[in-house]
Design a binder for this molecule. Structure first.
Ligand code: DGT
Ligand code: CA
Ligand code: ZN
Length: 658
């Protein structure tokens, strides 16, 4: 199935790009290529002459990879030298770039096409030709219509479609809805950091900082917020430079202090690529269709440009969360102050003044710390700004000293080629050492999980022999590194574990995980919770892996009372039996949710942040786990990852004897 990779696919909608506020040129090369592509698609929807469709498609493709400066070609009258651009197209392009207006027939084509058909273009696997057929034969005019006729089975009986493509269209509609709404943290941060770097490098920019949910490290991001400090004199030039950055797919608006943009993958220096994913995860989020969608994806970004003396207030405001802001504003009001994105202003001085005019009376701040200090508070790390008790903690010097990525010395749940990992034990161990870790736990899949190439007991025990040999070598060479040998044992019916007890007893630890999600998701919370408690009670169980099975933007977890599970684990730990809760660090999971991290901490249940790595690169997912842990208020002592190899070894041994 081919995917429609429209330049302005997700979030961008299917509309002709808007002109830049100042020109000429009013449009850049990418925007012209996008417009040509759109016209090609619209002509196809309208069942136009094939040659005409081709000419737009080819011109779009040529411009997409053109290395010459397009505007220079226009100005020197050499546009028709470009292969595939005839006189007619050249005239249209020139007019658009000079005057900021697309040719009338292009606009007319857009206006005459039902908007619902354009929406359908974003459904992965559905091209204009098939949309036209669906429209003509079944009268479909919207995505909702399309869902209905698919559910009624009408698409399956259409010539050239069939049951398979009908169910694929339904999957595509679901995928699109999820993809459009919010983006996972890893993707959002990739765009956000690339954009931040490009803006920070613009002459005249004093500081550019990512704010919003990206700065708070929420597990999904709605849109990016960038706060830019710039002197008034440089304001216009900086705005213009931002609009000309690579990767700006469209400009939704550019006002005095706010620029709204759509970013696409050209923002990245290198070709956009997703890391290797474990097959179950990839399947849950849409498989190859999802990968292609991500490669052609976009994200919205709001940029705020303010003078440096206002910037700390703007940064604090747009970092949010809204709930944290409300709590802060109330605290300011209690002190006769007005807090907003422009300043912290004594009400008595502000009077009827508004916005920046009132802000000239603001208390001074050179950083966020100053704002918090004015309100008798310690600075609150962005990850905690959710109105979950952080304001009170900041008042009473009770804020946690949050876990830092550099404190991590190892993790317990990682895969090798023994099951479905990409790298051998040796390569994974080497990568962990290069990350500065002192230990690494191997937990390959157990036999029941055939799809993940679960290893037999014999193979598992042979891996144990290799682990012991490696550990002996490192000890001899005085290398502070060791492997721990575990397994990711599938939780079977009735809370039993995969592998016989005598095999499990040979291991340093066991990560018990649910993988048979079909069974678990079809059941009630109480039954699931009871089975999970049984699995935890097994003497071999050390860690509960990805506790809810959720895949962000993919599928909900199974129903389970995690508070009860945490209570139960707390009892074990109080009795000296190590039962740790995994915080699965994969940005696709972040399971344990940060809200439950806070509860684990309160109960004294140790958390282990695990990348669930299936490759060397997968180990670096630990960073997302640390972000989630910070949102959950976790400190060094709350997680097992910060233990030395000696300490970790002792904890695991204690577990075996207990
Ligand atoms: P997102 O984009 O949905 O992932 O989440 P945020 O937190 O980035 O929210 P966004 O982009 O709507 O706005 C950025 C920040 O601006 C938000 O965290 C707090 C602040 N903000 C926006 N609207 C309001 C509001 O109506 N009241 C207050 N107090 N703050 C607001
Ligand atoms: Ca946002
Ligand atoms: Zn795993």
């Amino acid at each position: 199935m081919t995917l429609q990779l429209a330049p302005l696919m997700a979030g961008g909608g299917f509309a002709l790009p808007r002109p830049r506020p100042r020109g000429p040129p009013y449009f850049g090369r990418n925007q012209v290529a996008a417009a040509l592509h759109q016209v090609g698609v619209l002509l196809e929807l309208a069942d136009a002459n094939t040659f005409r469709i081709r000419s737009y498609q080819n011109a779009s493709r040529t411009l997409g990879t053109l290395t010459d400066d397009l505007w220079e070609l226009v100005e020197t009258g050499r546009l028709t030298d470009v292969k595939g651009i005839g006189k007619g197209l050249a005239a249209g392009i020139e007019q658009a770039m000079r005057d900021g207006e697309w040719p009338e027939d292009w606009v007319e084509l857009h206006d005459s096409t039902p908007p619902g058909l354009l929406d359908m273009l974003d459904i992965p696997g559905l091209g204009p030709k098939r949309i036209r057929i669906l429209h003509e034969k079944l009268g479909v005019t919207s995505v909702a219509d399309l869902r209905n006729v698919c559910e009624e089975g009408l698409v399956a009986s259409l010539k050239g479609f069939g049951a398979k493509s009908q169910s694929r269209i339904l999957d595509g509609i679901d995928l699109l809805a999820r993809f459009r709404s919010r983006r996972r943290l890893d993707i959002g941060l990739m765009y956000g950091e690339a954009f931040q770097k490009r803006v920070a490098a613009i002459p005249g920019v004093l500081r550019a900082t990512l704010a919003g949910s990206a700065r708070r490290r929420r597990e999904t991001i709605g849109d990016l917020d960038l706060v830019v400090a710039v002197h008034d004199d440089d304001h216009d030039a900086v705005t213009q430079a931002i609009l000309e950055l690579p990767g700006i797919a469209d400009v939704k608006g550019a006002g005095a202090s706010k620029v709204s943009l759509i970013l696409d993958t050209e923002i990245f220096d290198e070709a956009f690529a997703l890391p290797h994913l474990d097959a179950t995860v990839l399947d849950a989020i849409g498989g190859a269709e999802y990968e292609a969608m991500e490669a052609g994806g976009t994200i919205d970004a709001q940029v705020r440009l303010v003078p440096p003396e206002v910037e700390p207030f703007t940064l604090a405001y747009f970092t949010g969360s809204k709930e944290h802001n409300i709590a802060m504003r109330q605290r300011a009001i209690d002190r006769g102050l007005r807090l907003n994105e422009f300043g912290l202003i004594p009400e008595a001085l502000a009077g009827d003044l508004k916005g920046m005019e009132a802000a000239v009376h603001s208390l001074g701040a050179t950083s966020e710390e100053d704002i918090y200090r004015h309100l008798d508070l310690a600075w609150v790390p962005p990850e905690l700004r959710e109105d979950m008790g952080e304001v009170t903690a900041a008042e009473t010097a009770a804020l946690p000293t949050l876990l830092e990525p550099s404190m991590v010395r190892g993790s317990l749940h990682n895969h090798t080629t023994l099951s479905d990992g990409e790298a051998s034990l040796e390569v994974m161990a080497d990568a962990a050492q290069r990350m500065g870790w002192s230990w690494l736990g191997l937990a390959d899949h157990s036999p029941t999980l055939v799809v993940a190439n679960g290893a037999s007991a014999d193979d598992l025990l042979a891996q144990g022999a290799t682990v012991r040999r490696c550990n002996a070598e490192w000890a001899e060479q005085g290398v502070d590194f060791r492997l721990f040998h575990g397994v990711e044992s599938d939780i079977l019916a009735n809370g039993r574990l995969d592998h016989p007890d005598n095999v499990l007893a040979e291991l340093d630890y066991v990560v018990a995980s649910v993988h048979a999600l079909g069974r678990w998701r079809g059941r009630d919370e109480q039954t699931n919770t009871e089975e999970l408690l049984k699995a935890i009670d097994h003497p071999a169980t050390t860690v509960l892996g990805h506790p809810t099975g959720r895949i962000l933007q993919g599928r909900d977890g199974y129903e389970v009372d995690l508070m009860a599970v945490l209570d139960h684990m707390a009892e074990h730990n109080a009795d000296g039996r190590l039962k740790a809760m995994e915080l699965n660090a994969s940005p696709y999971r972040l399971d344990l949710d940060w809200r439950h991290c806070k509860r684990a901490k309160e109960l004294g249940v140790p958390v282990i942040i695990n990348p669930d790595a299936h490759s060397v690169r997968g180990l670096t997912d630990i960073a997302y786990g640390v972000m989630a842990a910070r949102r959950g208020w976790l400190e060094s002592d709350d997680v097992l990852n910060t233990l030395s190899s000696e300490e970790m070894s002792a904890r695991l041994r204690g577990d075996n004897e207990g």
